[in-house]
Design a protein around this ligand. Structure first.
Ligand SMILES: C[S@@+](CC[C@H](N)C(=O)[O-])C[C@H]1O[C@@H](n2cnc3c(N)ncnc32)[C@H](O)[C@@H]1O
Length: 221
């Protein structure tokens, strides 16, 4: 997907991927990551996800990366009780713009240009609707960039969808278990597979008759 695609989604408010509650997999599986409270958590392609707040209640700092400035603005505008004057804003050498407030920082710009900067390398990450937002030809590149930002022994959660791609164009793309285990540079342990079609009426309306969400514990050797 090119940058214009996402700019248009945010401009038109076509953000069906955004949820009004934290993702169910966090309560069920985040503990498997065993991240200490002072561990920075990398959240690629974070949108304005409320999962950032869920993670912030447990760790500091949460480091999101998001392309679209509207998404970043919306995230901080929707932070209950926060005033815009409290937001720290700085431009980084990479050209990304860092917005920070009380334990959450979002780096606005292209994830492929993001650098870990003061964090050196991350020990933990969270990917919900990031890998599966990307078409096949970008997915290994995305994981290569992720691997380059992680320390040896790092781990995180990855959440994917599986469905018959013939019924619907992505995003979200169907990323099958066979594709996942074929990615190089990371090890994947599938923790749960859940039938979620009834929770996604928009995807059912596009013709899907089956939709599963898969949660992986991902580790860098
Ligand atoms: C499907 S949404 C998921 C957002 C978030 N993870 C969530 O769960 O709500 C994918 C997001 O990735 C952003 N994005 C797409 N390509 C990107 C890139 N190259 N760098 C940073 N963000 C990107 C889009 O603007 C969009 O907000």
């Amino acid at each position: 997907m090119d940058h214009d695609f996402w700019a248009e989604r945010w401009a038109l408010g076509e953000i069906g991927f955004h949820r009004s509650t934290p993702h169910w997999a966090l309560d069920r599986h985040w503990a498997s990551v065993s991240a200490p409270t002072d561990a920075p958590i990398l959240v690629p392609l974070c949108g304005k996800s409320l999962d950032l707040h869920w993670l912030r209640a447990r760790h500091r700092p949460i480091v999101g990366v998001e392309l679209d400035p509207r998404a970043v603005s919306a995230f901080f505008d929707e932070w209950p009780g926060m005033s815009r004057d409290e937001l720290e804003v700085s431009t980084l050498p990479t050209g990304l713009i860092r917005y920070a407030h009380q334990g959450i920082e979002i780096h606005q710009g292209d994830f492929f240009a993001f650098e870990a900067g003061p964090y050196g390398a991350f020990d933990h990450f969270y990917d919900r609707a990031a890998l599966i937002a990307l078409p096949f030809d970008l997915r290994q590149r995305y994981l290569d960039q992720l691997v380059s930002l992680l320390a040896p022994g790092a781990n995180g959660l990855l959440i994917t969808f599986e469905y018959e791609q013939i019924h619907m164009d992505g995003p979200p793309f169907s990323v099958l278990h066979e594709e996942i285990v074929g990615f190089h540079g990371l090890d994947f342990e599938r923790l749960e597979v859940r039938d979620v079609l009834e929770h996604h009426p928009g995807m059912r309306a596009k013709g899907l008759t089956a939709l599963t969400e898969c949660v992986y514990l991902v580790s860098k050797p």
